[in-house]
Design a protein around this ligand. Structure first.
Ligand code: AQP
Length: 343
């Protein structure tokens, strides 16, 4: 079956949207708008897999929506919405809870990292998170999913779930006259120089919203002075920058800053090193500050302007959810028939 080319991706409203979310995901969402029909979702149901203060959660949902729009996503041409307004996500996730195997989920490294040592106390939702993510994507039968590298394993699981559903229910689909495969194999779109942006304080850890040190990340709402100070304080090593990308091996902090520059300037790491190789970090950092402020400053100020008008954001989310529901309801109608539920 030929599936309509469609992009789906989501961002959790868990606070402190950072440069990693921007370069690994949001900036790439913007670029895909010209070639695909896109759905960009504020995944609030994923957010509550760890405790969220209800009043803060509302603010954060609006903040992620504002970031999408400030970065250049057009909610009139594409669909921007929050997950909890479309009940199909929860319904399909339940079906997938019954398709995915415990052994598959036991292999998910993100659960192990997030649950940490206190595994017994982690929510069931955190454990089942990848099944909900598979439902998010497959509810729209999306064919392409732009994500950062940290989500690669979850995408592979979504592909396994799609395949098992198609196999398990193959005879039921045939009986219903549905030809071929029902769910596509969604393709991850991972790549570019900033698929995994690392912490500014430790090149072995990914830049993350939940890192207790604010110096580890550049938040999209940081002002120019804060961005400059965080980049100046970013950990480096004593060697000058190499002139070839090969020379970045074993130098994670240098590689991270060069990757950030390359992604912001939309050039390759080689090109960055052709310009700055052999020089000191101080010169390179000054150029990185200028570039970061020039690129992120307008996004941050537009985000602040948009969040000051919550009713406008809520209207965008309601409109997006209504349009998402049209696709989702049709998928769920067919899924219910395939599974054997009476409607
Ligand atoms: N450091 C990163 N580099 C590149 N891409 C990243 N993403 C996240 N961190 C980086 C990508 O951003 C999108 C949205 O992520 P999310 O908020 O839904 O979830 P996350 O990956 O759990 O983000 P954080 O910042 O790491 O949050 P916490 O600290 O709560 O775990 C995804 O496409 C993700 O790949």
């Amino acid at each position: 079956m030929a599936f309509q080319q469609r992009v789906f991706s989501g961002v959790q409203p868990t606070g402190n949207l950072h440069l990693g979310n921007y370069l690994g995901a949001i900036q790439r969402f913007v670029a895909l708008q010209d070639s695909y029909d896109c759905l960009y979702c504020v995944v609030d149901m994923h957010a509550i897999t760890v405790w969220q203060d209800p009043a803060e959660l509302k603010k954060q949902i609006r903040e992620v929506t504002a970031a999408f729009i400030a970065a250049g996503i057009d909610p009139a041409k594409h669909i921007v919405f929050n997950q909890s307004q479309v009940s199909g996500h929860a319904e399909l996730a339940w079906v997938f809870n019954c398709v995915a195997r415990l052994g598959w989920l036991n292999r998910m490294t993100q659960f192990k990292e997030k649950a940490g040592k206190d595994r017994e106390n982690a929510s069931v939702g955190l454990y089942a998170y990848p099944n909900l993510m598979a439902a998010d994507i497959l509810l729209y039968r999306a064919t392409h999913v732009p994500v950062g590298e940290d989500q690669k394993q979850h995408l592979e699981l979504a592909r396994d779930i799609a395949q098992k559903f198609n196999n398990d229910f193959g005879p039921s689909m045939t009986a219903l006259g549905l030809e071929g495969t029902f769910f596509p194999q969604p393709e991850p779109l991972i790549g570019g120089p900033a698929a995994r942006v690392m912490s500014l304080r430790d090149g072995s850890k990914k830049m993350s919203k939940s890192d207790p040190s604010d110096l580890s990340r550049i938040n999209l709402t940081d002002d120019a002075d804060t961005v400059a100070s965080k980049i100046r304080k970013a950990k480096t090593d004593p060697e000058p920058l190499p002139s070839e990308a090969e020379g970045l091996k074993g130098r994670p902090e240098a590689e991270n800053l060069v990757g950030i520059y390359a992604a912001l300037a939309d050039i390759s790491k080689e090109k960055v090193l052709a310009e700055f190789g052999g020089g000191q970090f101080s010169t390179f950092k000054a150029a990185l500050v200028d570039l970061s402020v020039a690129k992120l400053g307008p996004v941050g100020s537009e985000m602040k302007r948009l969040v000051s008008e919550p009713s406008h954001i809520d209207a965008i989310l309601r409109d997006g959810a209504a349009r998402a529901r049209v696709i989702a309801d049709e998928t769920m109608r067919q899924v219910k028939d395939i599974v054997g539920f009476v409607r």
